[in-house]
Ligand binder design. Structure first.
Ligand SMILES: Cc1ncc(COP(=O)(O)O)c(C=O)c1O
Length: 375
């Protein structure tokens, strides 16, 4: 009973679509370029364990997350492929990462110096981060690279298994800055290869870069947003570089339906008044679920038709204007397909003046995720 869905509001995650999206990128990549599935932030809000399992089944050879905590969740779920943590992990947790065979990212000499070598039961795998223009984390100069490699040679119980960078503008069709970053990376790589003879995995591409420049991605890509069926930008969506299927949809059911007379106000602050006698439905979702108040004025689907959200969205409920009477329990689709109508993640993002990445991350754990697969 504990896991039962009681309130009738849920997200459906179509795992077949995750598999389809991986297939599409695989078709574009040369054989030598492998796929690392990015499942940080609980799989961009889709559920990291389920998505990681599906990605591996579909051909991903490794997983990337932002936090060591996220990597530990995957290991606990018996995911055994290599896992890379993309963020900085405090050195005192490095032995735990080593023990769990989790690869960490590093880019600071002091970080290597702080490692407590006595605490390592197993060798710690490391990827070095180069900041070629993102301005977030990573070394920026060839001098830093040489210094860091020299420190690494002095460090016990660690092995360098990868080097990588991240692009700031790969989703923009204007590519000048992308190529500037790429050139900076290739220059650093030349120095690296003179200094370091052991083979390492080299990776640069997020979804946008790998969709647009699949031939130039070195050993692997870090495939995030597009694995979930979302385009990194409208430019990439409209250009037809790749066909993707959105995996996430959001649904609820009418909890109450009533006819209100013209002039009657709806919700806090009386910001909406019925213009005429109207059918109003109450949907059990609100800002406490991450369905935020700024979505007032947006729409949802009932019976395949668009119905406006009216009045202020409350913490757990919101009201919609219906075109006719519907039964309590009628399905409401907030994101996804209903009959032949569709509300995309991009539509929601556009209303909120944000990017599609933010929407599934924002819909919190109060909304249960249901996994569907016909295969
Ligand atoms: C370092 C790094 N690599 C890869 C990704 C995946 O990017 P995307 O979701 O655009 O594919 C991210 C996500 O932001 C990232 O931070």
């Amino acid at each position: 009973m504990e896991d039962a869905i009681i309130r009738e509001t849920w997200a459906e995650i179509n795992l077949d679509h995750i598999g389809y999206n991986i297939e599409q990128i695989k078709k574009k990549l040369p054989q030598k370029t492998k796929i690392v599935a990015v499942v940080k932030a609980d799989g961009y809000g889709h559920g990291s364990v389920e998505v990681a399992k599906k990605a591996i089944e579909s051909g991903a050879e490794a997983i990337a997350v932002a936090l060591l905590e996220e990597a530990l969740v995957l290991r606990k779920a018996s995911i055994q492929v290599p896992i890379l943590v993309l963020g900085r992990v405090p050195t005192k947790f490095a032995p735990l990462a080593a023990e769990q065979d989790i690869t960490l990212t590093f880019f600071q000499k002091e970080w290597l110096q702080e490692l407590e070598h006595g605490a390592f039961k197993k060798e710690l795998k490391l990827h070095m981060k180069w900041d070629t223009g993102m301005g977030r984390i990573g070394i920026t100069t060839e001098a830093e690279l040489i210094e860091l490699l020299s420190e690494l040679r002095e460090t016990q119980n660690v092995s360098l298994t990868g080097v990588y960078t991240h692009f700031a503008t790969a989703d923009e069709l204007e590519s000048m800055y992308y190529f500037k970053q790429k050139e900076c990376f290739e220059n650093m790589l030349e120095v690296f290869e003179q200094e370091w003879s052991e083979p390492v995995s080299i990776h640069i591409g997020n979804s946008a870069a790998s969709i647009r420049f699949p031939e130039n991605m070195h050993n692997c890509i870090r495939f995030g947003i597009s694995m979930y069926g979302l385009y990194p930008s409208s430019g990439i969506r409209e250009n037809g570089f790749i066909s993707l299927k959105q995996a996430f949809s959001l649904h609820s059911r009418l909890a109450h339906v009533k006819k209100v007379p013209a002039g009657r106000s709806i919700s806090y602050g009386q910001t909406y008044r019925a213009e005429e006698d109207e059918w109003i439905g109450t949907v059990p979702i609100g800002y406490g679920d991450g369905w935020i108040r700024k979505l007032k004025g947006f729409h949802v689907l009932v019976n395949g038709k668009y119905m406006s959200i009216v009045g202020r969205i409350c913490m757990d409920m919101m009201m919609i204007r219906l075109d006719q009477k519907y039964d309590v329990g009628t399905k409401v689709t907030l994101i996804g397909d209903q009959n032949n109508s569709h509300i995309s993640m991009d539509d929601v993002a556009e209303h909120l003046e944000t990017i599609n990445y933010e929407i599934p991350c924002m819909l919190n754990e109060r909304i249960p995720r249901i996994y569907i697969s016909e295969k």
